[in-house]
Ligand binder design. Structure first.
Ligand code: SAH
Ligand code: SF4
Length: 331
C-alpha cells in the first residue's frame, strides 16, 4: 500500500487519528485481502477506501512450490514483475524478499544479474511482499525476513531502510531486528554506513572467492571494491557491532581447489566473528559450473583441517527455480 496516498486519502476524509491508526493496524495484521473485509470500519468508510486505494501494491501472477518453499511472481503497478519466496523449514516462517527489479551487478552465476537492472522497489513494494505472504498463510505469519531475493539491497538503501523500519516497528510488522538479514555482494562503503547504524540486523556478504582475480572473473563488483577493501569494511562492521558476519560461498568448479581453500581459510580466520556459509551452486542458464561431488568433498576436507567454523546449507526450491540466484522475471 502506498502510505503517502493512504495518508492523503484519510486526510481528505477528515478522519480522527484513532481511525487512521486502526486502519494501519488492520493493514499490517495481514488478515485482510481488501478493505471490505475490515468490518470494524463503517460500510461507508470501507467503500471510500476501496474506491481510492489498493490494499497491496503488488498482485499475484503465478505461484509455485511445495509445503516448505513457495515462490510467487508479483506484478507491480507499472507492470514490472518481481519474485518473492516463502520458506517454512526452520523455527521461523521466512520471507525472502526482493529489493530491486533485476540487478545492475551482473554476477555471472545469478539469473537476476542476467536480467540487468530495471528499477528500485519502493518501501511499500518491499513491505507488501511480506504482507502478501501473511495474507497467504494467515493465521500463521512471517517471523523472519531475508533480503536475498532479486537485487542488491545496498544499492537501494534508502528504500530498504525505510521498509526495514516498517517491518521492525511495533506499529508495523513487529519483526525483531535479529530476525532480519541483509545480503550484499560487497558494496564496501555501504557496509561501513550500515555498521554505523549499530542495529541488530544480520549481515551476510557474498564472498564466493577469496582470490581477487577469480572473484573479479565472475563478480564485476569485485573490480570496484577489492577484496582488501571489502575485508576492511567487514572488520569495521564486526568491530563496531560485535556481531557475527556471515560470508556466503557457493561451491563452483573454479573456487574449490586447494589454493582456494587456503585463501578462504586465511580470510575467515582473520576475524573471530567471521562465519562461513557454504552453499551448493544452483544452476542457472548460462551461469557457472557447480563443483562436482568429489571437488566439494575435497574442498570441505581442506576446511576441516583448519579451525574455521562453517555451515553447509541445504538448498531449497530448486525444482521450481526458487533457490538463491534463480529468481528471474521478464516484463
Ligand atoms: N544481491 C545480494 C542479495 C541477493 S542474492 C547479494 O548478492 O548478496 C542472494 C544470495 O544468493 C547471494 O549470496 C548470492 O551470491 C547468492 N546466489 C546468487 N546466485 C546463486 C546461485 N546460482 N547459486 C547459489 N547462490 C547464488
Ligand atoms: Fe545482483 Fe546479488 Fe545476483 Fe549478484 S548475486 S547479480 S548482486 S542479485
Amino acid at each position: 500500500m502506498d502510505l503517502i496516498k493512504l495518508k492523503e486519502t484519510l486526510d481528505s476524509l477528515n478522519l480522527p487519528t484513532f481511525r487512521y491508526r486502526q486502519i494501519i493496524k488492520n493493514y499490517y495484521s495481514g488478515r485482510y485481502l481488501n478493505f471490505d473485509q475490515m468490518t470494524d470500519l463503517s460500510l461507508d468508510l470501507r467503500q471510500k477506501l476501496s474506491e481510492s486505494l489498493n490494499l497491496l501494491s503488488v498482485s499475484e501472477k503465478n505461484i509455485v512450490g511445495d509445503d516448505s518453499t513457495q515462490k510467487v511472481l508479483l506484478e507491480l503497478s507499472d507492470g514490472q514483475k518481481i519474485e518473492s519466496v516463502f520458506m517454512d523449514y526452520d523455527d521461523w516462517l521466512t520471507a525472502c524478499v526482493s529489493s530491486q527489479v533485476g540487478c545492475s551487478l551482473g554476477c555471472h552465476f545469478c539469473a537476476t544479474g542476467k536480467m540487468g537492472f530495471k528499477r528500485n522497489l519502493t518501501p511499500e513494494e518491499i513491505v507488501d511482499q511480506i504482507l502478501y505472504w501473511n495474507q497467504k498463510i494467515y493465521p500463521k505469519y512471517i517471523g523472519r525476513v531475508v533480503f536475498m531475493g532479486m537485487g542488491e539491497p545496498f544499492l537501494n538503501w534508502d528504500n530498504v531502510l525505510t521498509a526495514i523500519n516498517i517491518i521492525n516497528s511495533k506499529d508495523g510488522l513487529n519483526i525483531g531486528a535479529r530476525k532480519i538479514s541483509i545480503s550484499t555482494a560487497g558494496v564496501a562503503d555501504k557496509i561501513i554506513e550500515f555498521a554505523d547504524l549499530d542495529t541488530q540486523i544480520n549481515l551476510a556478504v557474498s564472498l564466493h572467492s577469496a582470490d581477487q582475480k577469480i572473484r573479479e572473473s565472475f563478480m564485476p563488483i569485485a573490480k570496484k571494491y577489492s577484496l582488501s577493501q571489502l575485508k576492511n569494511s567487514c572488520n569495521y562492521y564486526v568491530g563496531k557491532t560485535n556481531r557475527q558476519l556471515f560470508f556466503e560461498y557457493a561451491l563452483m568448479d573454479i573456487n574449490t581447489n586447494q589454493n582456494d581453500a587456503k585463501l578462504l581459510i586465511d580470510f575467515i580466520n582473520s576475524n573471530r566473528l567471521f562465519f562461513l556459509n557454504l552453499i551448493p551452486l544452483n544452476t542457472v542458464e548460462g551461469g557457472m559450473t557447480p563443483a562436482s561431488p568429489s571437488q566439494q568433498k575435497a574442498f570441505i576436507n581442506y576446511l576441516d583441517q583448519s579451525r574455521i567454523e562453517y555451515s553447509l546449507r541445504r538448498s531449497f526450491g530448486q525444482n521450481f527455480a526458487a533457490a538463491c540466484g534463480q529468481l528471474i522475471t521478464s516484463k
